[in-house]
Design a protein around this ligand. Structure first.
Ligand SMILES: NC(=O)c1ccc[n+]([C@@H]2O[C@H](COP(=O)([O-])OP(=O)(O)OC[C@H]3O[C@@H](n4cnc5c(N)ncnc54)[C@H](OP(=O)(O)O)[C@@H]3O)[C@@H](O)[C@H]2O)c1
Length: 237
């Protein structure tokens, strides 16, 4: 029991818990889905365009635990609601990993407004949209954990990533503020990876499985953090 509230530490049991991971068709999300399945979670694998890749993830997860594939475009309220209907049939979700994200690297003036807007829409509004819709499910769980994937640049600026930075600063602010509003049965964390070897970075950085390990520790609540806190991945790998 590790997460301090007014009168107790919390600890999530993963065996049999239902987890929904967005952006689980590749990269950090894929490894997180696999790591959660290995820990005994039933996993709903969220994907948008990567249907074939998601099927492969599902196959691997199913070696360990019941798993389903869930199509979700986190920029569309209709799509998010459809995903909720599917996931609800699968089980009572108590773990939500808001991982899906996009990045465009170029000077502010050279990005189209559409590109700037898309990064905010996926990374920040998408995270809020999914959380807002899935909260009804999480609220009925005895214990629930939300992990919002931010970035080490949720805290410091980085050249040529204006909209991405703004979106990730937003994810961090959203997490901290939501934590103040949620009942103590739901804890929310901002998980900040550093450079990680995925399609987003042309495969530069640490292995995404290392980030997934920290996400699993975050979900298990063994890191002695309080709801709303940052989990800075470089501190743990
Ligand atoms: N890699 C890094 O160095 C790094 C560092 C810090 C933070 N992060 C964060 O880590 C998270 C995962 O990124 P990654 O590095 O693993 O990149 P990735 O391999 O490119 O994965 C991105 C995932 O997001 C999904 N996605 C994109 N747009 C979506 C939408 N509109 N609706 C639903 N899903 C959508 C993609 O799904 P489909 O392919 O199925 O469309 C894909 O599965 C992101 O939030 C990213 O900002 C990454």
């Amino acid at each position: 029991m590790f997460i301090k509230s007014i009168d107790r530490w919390f600890c999530m049991k993963l065996e049999g818990a239902v987890a929904f991971v967005t952006g689980a068709s590749s990269g950090i999300g894929r490894e997180t889905a696999l790591a959660l399945a290995r820990s005994g979670c039933k996993v709903a694998v969220g994907y948008n365009k990567g249907a074939a890749a998601a099927s492969a993830v599902v196959k691997q997860c199913q070696l360990h635990a019941p798993t389903i594939k869930v199509k979700i475009d986190i920029t569309s309220e209709t799509s998010v609601k459809r995903a909720l209907t599917l996931v609800r049939k699968f089980g009572a979700v108590s773990i939500l990993i808001n991982n899906a994200g996009i990045l465009v690297e170029a000077p502010f003036a050279q990005q189209t407004f559409k590109q700037l807007q898309a990064q905010i829409n996926v990374n920040l509004l998408g995270t809020m949209r999914v959380t807002h819709t899935f909260l009804t499910l999480l609220l009925v769980s005895n214990e629930a954990v939300i992990v919002n994937v931010g970035s080490v640049i949720s805290k410091e600026p980085y050249v040529n990533l204006t909209a991405y930075c703004a979106s990730k600063y937003g994810v961090r602010g959203f997490t901290q503020t939501l934590a103040l509003e949620l009942p103590s049965t739901i804890r929310v964390y901002c998980l900040n990876p550093g450079l990680t070897a995925t399609a987003m970075t042309d495969f530069e950085g640490i292995r995404p499985s290392k980030v997934a390990e920290v996400i699993v520790r975050t979900v298990k609540e063994t890191l002695r953090k309080t709801s709303g806190d940052d989990i800075d991945v470089p501190d743990y790998v």
